[in-house]
Design a protein around this ligand. Sequence first.
Ligand SMILES: N[C@@H](CCC[C@H](N)C(=O)O)C(=O)O
Length: 312
Amino acid sequence: MVGMRFDITKCHGSGNDFALIDARDIVLADGEWAQVARALSYRAGPVGGDGILLLTGGDDRAAFGMRIFNADGSEPETCLNGLRCVARAGLEATGQRSAVARLKTSHAEVARDDDLAPGVYTVRETAGPASFDVRDWPLTGEGIRIVDAVIARLSPDLRFTAIAMPNPHLIAFVDAVDEAELVRIGEICEGAPAWLPNRANVSFIEVREGGELYVRTFERGVGLTNACGSAMGASTFVAGLTGRLPFDRTVTVRNRGGLVRASASEAGMVTLSGNATVEWTGQVSVDLSQARADDLVVTSRHEDEIAAWAGI
Ligand SMILES: N[C@@H](CCC[C@H](N)C(=O)O)C(=O)O
């Protein structure tokens, strides 16, 4: 296969996994990055993942930047599990312990944090403010601000809050996560109906004993994932907004892939502290015309980090 060869770092935040590319010196059109994302995310291919992350250059505020492409090639506004991984790469590349990172349409603060557990590289990130105005998504026909309200087109039984982080999230608190129902609603949104043309991430959240949250997300452009950082941030904020948990208190947010510690302010800023685990590094070729990956060579495996995370 004739392809473009990339150095990649396979990494994850809470089991939300990505191939990360240092793209600071790579020039590709958006459509070509979309093809790289499809190729490297394809689970039956040599790499597999929920999307790709690009470490990009900074700007007058930021030391470095992040772009993320979902598995389907779409480019969302942010990814807070991915940001921790990019932050690790960016902090290491710039020799800093904390920095501002540039995202597609916003900025976030990132810093190395105390390890969540021995050997678990941990990053703290602060993003926001969360926004309520669904005209930006757009989500039409349900008013401008949707807080704990029924969206009959999705379900007569659930109450959703619509929050942009700035990527769009529909958040519903439930007694117990019904995964089949989450997939059903996620797929309605994924179909990009006329009232929701840019789709949305959909999450069900349980408030568990001790004030912990459990969040399960059907992600736009991916499907069910092990975890979604922006959804965990949005859920923590909505828990405060709806009086389920206090603002400004650090809570444990569990997900299928592990956990993060999270807090949210009344102003809509969210802070997450979680892992940025490197599993392996290597090189892979991508045929841009076919969106196909091949010839993977793994050059180093980080068994110590994999084991440290498994212990969480
Ligand atoms: N997994 C991410 C969110 C990735 C983007 C999302 N699928 C979207 O399209 O908005 C996270 O950790 O925040």
